[in-house]
Write a protein that binds this ligand. Structure first.
Ligand SMILES: [Zn+2]
Length: 261
């Protein structure tokens, strides 16, 4: 069994799990990298998981459905063409001998779901792996479209409560720019400084910074650190009305939208 990130566009990854003959992909915003990987590795496409409706996560569906030999799973509360089985909190998906729990993780969009893979023999993750779409990025989180800040904070807190060795697989490689923002949101955090240096070196070699882990995100992700005194102080300077986690989170998220390093 293998876990692969297929680069698509400039900063998208389409995650693929394969068992040597069959594959499953997550959020195929483009069919081409998936078709190429299937052909190169002589794999059939057994299933597709979709986290939310944005085009850079679903645009490859029509083309991939022509060769797909199983279902497309997607969020219950979003209108997406080409979903066969809708899922939400408490539903499980069984594909390639793996079990995924669907979690509602709204905030980026109101209907966003994540897929939490349970431990499985031969897979590299120790206890859990999460395909978290645009909910959590390394050192960052998605923008708020039709969800709310309260929803997104709750979704992020829920992911951060997973065991520390949980692997997190977001859809975008935004780590370096997120860490630049994290340096401003929490100046003096040595883990952020070290992660930025490490991520710059990885990207310079053309390597990925993902997957990340829950343990790492708890140390470097400012949106999971809304209760840290330094982060609170920075948010208050940026105009947060009070020191509550929700006010701090909302202020950080708005600040990031206009932040340039
Ligand atoms: Zn999105």
């Amino acid at each position: 069994m293998k876990l692969l990130a297929l680069p698509a566009f400039s900063d998208n990854y389409i995650w693929m799990i394969s068992d040597g003959t069959r594959a499953l992909v997550v959020d195929p915003g483009d069919a081409a990298p998936v078709l190429k990987a299937l052909q190169d590795q002589q794999l059939t496409l057994a299933a597709i998981l979709v986290t939310h409706r944005h085009a850079d996560h679903v645009a490859g569906l029509p083309q991939l459905r022509r060769i797909l030999q199983g279902p497309v799973y997607g969020p219950r509360h979003e209108a997406i063409d080409g979903i066969d089985i809708v899922v939400g909190n408490g539903d499980t998906v069984h594909e390639l001998g793996l079990t995924f729990e669907a979690w509602d993780t709204p905030g980026h969009t109101a209907g966003h779901v994540s897929y939490v893979a349970l431990p499985a023999q031969g897979m590299p993750w120790p206890r859990r792996l999460v395909f978290c779409g645009d909910t959590l990025f390394s050192a960052g989180c998605g923008r708020i479209f039709d969800g709310t800040a309260e929803q997104l904070l709750h979704s992020l807190d829920r992911l951060a409560d997973l065991p520390s060795d949980t692997w997190l697989c977001p859809t975008h490689e935004y780590t370096v720019s997120n860490l630049r923002f994290a340096s401003a949101a929490e100046p003096g955090n040595p883990d952020v400084a070290q992660a930025l240096e490490q991520s710059l070196a990885l990207r310079a070699r053309g390597e990925y910074t993902l997957p990340t882990t829950v343990a790492r995100e708890r140390l470097i992700n400012p949106y999971l650190r809304c209760r840290q005194p330094t982060v609170v102080a920075q948010a208050l300077k940026q105009g947060a009305p009070d020191a509550s986690a929700l006010s701090v989170f909302t202020t950080l998220r708005q600040w990031k939208n206009t932040f340039t390093a």
